[in-house]
Ligand binder design. Structure first.
Ligand code: PLP
Length: 355
């Protein structure tokens, strides 16, 4: 069997969830959209089912996978519904929905449902992606509140730049949120991972942590709270071939690495089709049998190459960690044209092993 695999540490996931929950205002929806950021939504949700206050996914399709697997806790649809005909299905499967656009308010007004649907009304406080505008928010809340088939639950918004710890724009978003929701009943939810970790003044009743659950810091710089996170995924594989090259020889596509001295190159069964970033640069850290090493040459679809010159004991069969406990995902991100979010979501083809 191909040795590439991702080990998923569910105890670390639970540890990170507990940290997120302890920072929030009491309750936290574990964000498990996009197959739990590549970690496997069903297994991750099942591991958190007993302690999580609920889960958040992008859409009904993702929620139904969780319900089908026996997840009974509340599930919030972050993108809400896409057409009014989905609304009975939301009730049937006990799903909560975000309402983020005027057409959704109108769709709810035109619909009659046999029982109240739980709604989180989203404000566009300045990110300008989805959300009801600040001037229209209170009116939208009141219109929905008047419907017998709607239970207005939470006032929510989302930050665009909470990962920048001194960002005036985030303060403006908070002020806009406070002004637009003033006097309305309901609970508050504004925190994603960077806001939970870095913006204590933003904490509301419900947090919505995603990235931090998987043990990855949302910040580019060191951060005390983020340092308490434990990595959940370890991506690893093995050396499948070794090349002894003299000085001056190119390695891989595009000759992006040329040996400066006699070099031992190890070929690892892991490529960009598995989710490893194609444009990770020469020198990106890896761990070879537990010792620090480096990537050399362009990453191929199914293989990548590492420098084994200073690893005389290593050879075919040596274990190579691409990220996890020894090499942080953030270190790989810093050496690739990608983000932590995309790094994790891109993982595919490799089997996930749970512990
Ligand atoms: N809330 C909303 C509305 C989101 O779209 C996301 C993720 O994109 C999250 C929460 C979780 O964000 P993070 O992964 O930064 O914690």
């Amino acid at each position: 069997m191909r040795p590439a695999r991702a080990l998923i540490d569910l105890a670390a996931l639970r540890h990170n969830y507990r940290l997120a929950r302890s920072l929030g205002g009491g309750r936290a929806l574990a964000v498990v959209k996009a197959d739990a950021y590549g970690h496997g939504a069903v297994r991750c949700a099942a591991a958190l089912e007993h302690e999580a206050d609920g889960f958040a996914v992008a859409c009904i399709e993702e929620a139904l996978v969780l319900r089908g697997a026996g997840i009974r806790k509340p599930i919030l649809l972050l993108e809400g519904f896409f057409e009014a005909s989905e609304l009975p299905l939301l009730l049937e499967h006990d799903l909560w929905t975000v309402v983020h656009a005027p057409w959704q308010v109108e769709a709810l007004e035109r619909t009659v449902l046999p029982a109240p649907l739980t709604v989180w009304l989203k404000l566009d406080s300045g990110m300008h992606r989805v959300g009801i505008g600040a001037d229209d928010y209170a009116e939208a809340w009141r219109r929905l509140e008047a419907l017998p088939h709607v239970r207005m639950a939470v006032k929510m918004s989302h930050f665009a730049r909470a990962d920048e710890l001194e960002c005036a724009r985030t303060r403006e978003q908070l002020d806009t949120f406070a002004a637009a929701t003033a006097g309305l009943p309901g609970e508050v939810s504004v925190c994603n991972s960077p806001a939970l970790l870095g913006w204590p003044q933003a904490r509301g009743h419900w947090a919505r942590p995603g990235l931090m659950l998987y043990g990855v810091s949302p910040f580019a710089q060191a951060h005390d709270l983020a340092a308490q996170l434990r990595p959940v995924m370890t991506l690893e594989s093995k050396v499948i071939a070794v090349r002894e090259l003299p000085a001056g020889e190119p390695v891989g596509y595009g000759a992006r690495f040329v040996t400066e001295a006699p070099t031992r190159v190890g070929v690892v069964a892991m490529g960009y089709a598995d989710g490893y970033p194609q444009f990770a640069v020469n020198g990106t850290p890896v761990a070879i049998d537990g010792r620090p090493g480096r990537l050399v040459g362009r990453v191929s679809m199914d293989m990548l190459t590492i420098d084994l010159t200073d690893h005389p004991q290593a050879g075919v069969g040596s274990t190579v960690e691409l990220w996890g406990n020894q090499v942080s995902a953030a270190q790989v991100v810093a050496n690739s044209q990608t983000s932590s979010y995309r790094l994790l979501c891109a993982v595919k083809r490799v089997p996930l092993h749970y512990a």
